[in-house]
Each structure stands twice: as C-alpha cells, then as structure tokens.
Design a protein around this ligand. Structure first.
Ligand SMILES: O=C(CO)[C@@H](O)[C@H](O)COP(=O)(O)O
Length: 238
C-alpha cells in the first residue's frame, strides 16, 4: 500500500519523464536520474487510441519499481481508464492521473485510484477547461496541466498554459484555505531551464521534464539548474 500522506504544500518537485530515457537501459536511467536529485519518476502510458502513440504498461512499472525509492507518477493517456488502475497500483505506482475525457465517470475513477492506495490526479489538455475540477476537489491529490498536446516528448511549451496555471493555483489555494488539503499543481510538456522560472511564478509546484534531462551528459547539473531557476521564479512571484 502506498503512503498517502498529503503532499508538502511548500515543496517543489522535479519529475523526469522516462519517455525521453534510453529504454534499452531503463533501470540504469531511472537510478541515475534519482541519484541526480529527481523527486518523482514520471511514467507516460500511451495506448495509440486516446493519443496517437504507444508506450509502456504495468510490466515496465513493476520492473523499475525496485530501482527507485521515489514516487512513481503514472500519467495514463489511455481510454478506457479503470481496468488499468488496479494493475498499476499492483505494479508499484504511487500517483495515478488520467484525462477526464477518457473516463465516463470521473468521480468514480478518482475514488477507484485512492481505493487502490494511490494518490489521484486529473490531467487537463491545453483545450480542456478547468471546470472538471469543480465537483471533485475532495478526491484530487494532483492537478496536471498539459503544456503540449499529449502524445510526444520534445514539443514546445504552449504559452496559454501560464494563465491557466494561475487559475488552477487560485482554485487549489482556495480549497486548501477551506479544507487544509493540499493538491499538487503539476505541469508537463516543453519545460526547460529557460522557462521553468515563469512556469513556477504562474503557480506550478511540480515539473515534468523529459527532453530537458534525459540524453543530457550531466543529469545532476540539469536538475540543479532547473532548481536554481525555480528559486528565481519564487522571487518573481513574491
Ligand atoms: O506526457 C508527455 C507527452 O505526452 C510528456 O511527459 C512528455 O514526455 C514531456 O516531454 P518533454 O516535453 O519534457 O520533452
């Protein structure tokens, strides 16, 4: 059973996306990126149905689980969703997020994820309205805003994500003030050293980065630079 302690509301987190890792050396890649300072491992699941690409499933999650002590953050780009939830929970996932358009019963799927001992997240495509949050705040642990259209790594960050992050941050902060419950605000797609400060200033606290990290010669150096820019973003927001 996963530790369901609420996330630290004051923390920021770097979640390298293994979509850009060398799959022939996946165990070594995840170990290296965690020793380099990654907070979560972001695990992109694509089904060639909800998105036009095909990646990895629960078997690969189970295979990397013994290699990392940090949370595995599973992003399901699949339709339908529910049958995969118990499989990923059993495979060692800690956070499971899905797209509201891919589930007929969003409230039920969120409850299913928590019932399986995982933190539950909802993912918003660039054109998906935040309204999906409104009636399920009590079942959310993560809100993930896509800053690219899902399906591929290496795309450019969509600037329309910045005002959307501000809106999501306002809703999350209001909810926390009312209930004390923390929801992580994660952003995914085109996150780089040169834009992470303004992304943090707009409200994100958790940053998925694939091509910015994997394939680079010095993972620790990149993660250190990303964190230095996040600190700049904090002073921009203050
Ligand atoms: O889910 C996705 C794409 O669908 C992302 O997780 C990408 O893998 C992020 O890659 P970069 O944009 O950071 O290269």
């Amino acid at each position: 059973m996963t530790d369901l302690t609420p996330f630290d509301p004051h923390a920021t987190r770097i979640a390298p996306s293994i979509l850009s890792a060398d799959f022939a050396r996946l165990g070594e890649e995840v170990r290296n990126v965690v020793s380099a300072g990654a907070d979560w491992i972001h695990f992109d699941v694509m089904d060639n149905h909800y998105v036009p690409n095909l990646t990895i499933g629960p078997l690969v999650c189970e295979a990397i689980r013994p290699h990392v002590q940090v949370p595995i953050d599973v992003h399901l780009m699949v339709e339908p969703v529910d049958a995969l939830v118990p499989m990923f929970a059993k495979a060692g996932a800690n956070i499971i997020s899905f797209h509201p358009e891919a589930s007929r019963h969003v409230d039920r799927t969120l409850a299913l994820i928590r019932d399986h001992g995982c933190h539950a997240g909802l993912v918003f495509n660039p054109a998906t309205p935040l309204d999906y949050m409104d009636y399920v705040m009590d079942k959310l642990d993560v809100v993930l805003l896509m800053s690219v259209n899902p399906g591929f790594g290496g795309q450019s960050f969509l600037p329309s994500t910045l005002p959307k992050l501000r809106q999501a941050r306002a809703r999350i902060d209001k909810w926390r003030a009312e209930t004390g419950h923390t929801i992580a605000l994660e952003v995914d797609g085109g996150v780089k050293i040169d834009n992470i400060a303004e992304i943090h200033a707009a409200g994100a606290d958790t940053f998925v980065a694939g091509s910015a990290i994997f394939g680079k010669p010095d993972y620790a150096g990149v993660i250190r630079d990303l964190r230095a820019q996040i600190a700049k973003g904090a002073s921009l927001a203050a």
